[in-house]
Design a protein around this ligand. Structure first.
Ligand code: ARG
Length: 277
C-alpha cells in the first residue's frame, strides 16, 4: 500500500522540448483539435516557456529542438522517439501531417551520439511508450488502438531489450498512452482505468497493485499527461483533483497552465521527451 507522507526522492532528468513558435491547429487528427478555435500563439509560447523554466527550476536539464515552419504539432516533442539506457527507438507517425517530424528527432539523436534504431512500424514515441525502470527489472508499457501499431511493440522490445507490455486504448479522447497513464516514480504509475480495455485494466492491476488511480475528470483535465521526477509531479493546473490524490500519496504537485497547447490535444508530457542515457 502507498504510505501517506512517504518521503519521495527526485532523480535528475534530461528532457527534450520544442518551442511552439509554429504551433497551430490546422488539421484535426484527434478529438481535441478543432480547426475553428483560434490559437493564441504568443500565449502558447509563454505557457510553454513557463513549463521549461519549471523543469529547469527543479534541477533538470532541458535540450531544445529547433521548431520548423509547416510542422504545427512539433511542440509535442514526446512523439519523436523513445529512449532507454542510451538507445533510441525512432518514431514513425501515423498521420502524414506529422511524418516529417521524425527526421528532425532522428537528426538530434544522431548529432548527440545516441544508438538509434530506425523503426519499420508505426509508433509515436513516448506518446505511446512509457518506461518504469524499477518495475519488474525495467518495464516498457506500450499503448495501441489509435496511433501506435501492435507490431511496433515487438519491434521496440527487440530494439531496447526490455519487456514490452501491450495495453489496448479504447477511448478516442485518450488516443495516446501518455494521456491515460504516467510513471510517477521508478516503480509506480498513475492511470485512468476507463481509457483501457478491461483485459488491459487487469494487466495493470496485476503489475501495479499500488498504482494511483485517476478518474474521468482527472483524465479530461489532461492530468495524466504529466512529467514526474519521482517526487515533483508537473501537471496541468486544470487537474486539481488529481493533484490532490498525488499529494496524498506523498508527491509534490507542480501545476502549470498549458491551456493553449490543450487545443492541439496535449499537455505537459506531450511537450517533453525524456532522454534516458
Ligand atoms: N496534435 C497532436 C496529435 O494529435 C497532439 C500530440 C500529443 N502528444 C502526446 N504525446 N500525446 O498528434
Amino acid at each position: 500500500m502507498v504510505t501517506v507522507n512517504q518521503q519521495r526522492v527526485p532523480r535528475r532528468r534530461t528532457y527534450l522540448m520544442c518551442s511552439p513558435e509554429h504551433f497551430a491547429v490546422e488539421y484535426a487528427i484527434n478529438p481535441w483539435m478543432d480547426v475553428t478555435t483560434p490559437v493564441d500563439s504568443d500565449l502558447a509560447v509563454k505557457q510553454w516557456d513557463r513549463l521549461r523554466e519549471t523543469l529547469v527550476g527543479l534541477g533538470h536539464e532541458v535540450h531544445q529542438l529547433a521548431a520548423e515552419p509547416g510542422l504545427p504539432d512539433m511542440v509535442y516533442a514526446a512523439n519523436g522517439g523513445f529512449s532507454v539506457d542510451g538507445t533510441v527507438y525512432g518514431a514513425r507517425f501515423k498521420h502524414e501531417q506529422r511524418a516529417a517530424e521524425a527526421a528532425t528527432h532522428h537528426a538530434f539523436y544522431e548529432a548527440q551520439g545516441w544508438r538509434f534504431i530506425a523503426p519499420s512500424e508505426t509508433n509515436e514515441g513516448e506518446g505511446d511508450f512509457a518506461y518504469v525502470p524499477e518495475a519488474h527489472g525495467g518495464l516498457v508499457l506500450a499503448g495501441h488502438g489509435f496511433r501506435t501499431e501492435i507490431p511496433a511493440h515487438a519491434e521496440a522490445q527487440e530494439a531496447l531489450g526490455r519487456p514490452v507490455v501491450s495495453l489496448r486504448l479504447i477511448d478516442p479522447r485518450f488516443y495516446h498512452l501518455d494521456v491515460a497513464l504516467a510513471a510517477i516514480d521508478d516503480s509506480n504509475v498513475v492511470y485512468f482505468p476507463g481509457a483501457f480495455s478491461s483485459a488491459s485494466q487487469r494487466v495493470l492491476t496485476q503489475l501495479f497493485p499500488d498504482a494511483v488511480i485517476a478518474d474521468d475528470e482527472d483524465a479530461m483535465a489532461f492530468g495524466l499527461n504529466l512529467v514526474s521526477d519521482g517526487a515533483n509531479v508537473v501537471l496541468s493546473s486544470e487537474a486539481t483533483r488529481l493533484a490532490g490524490k498525488l499529494k496524498a500519496a506523498g508527491y509534490t504537485p507542480v501545476p502549470v497552465d498549458l491551456a493553449e497547447l490543450k487545443k492541439g490535444g496535449g499537455s505537459v508530457k506531450c511537450c517533453v521527451a525524456e532522454l534516458r542515457h
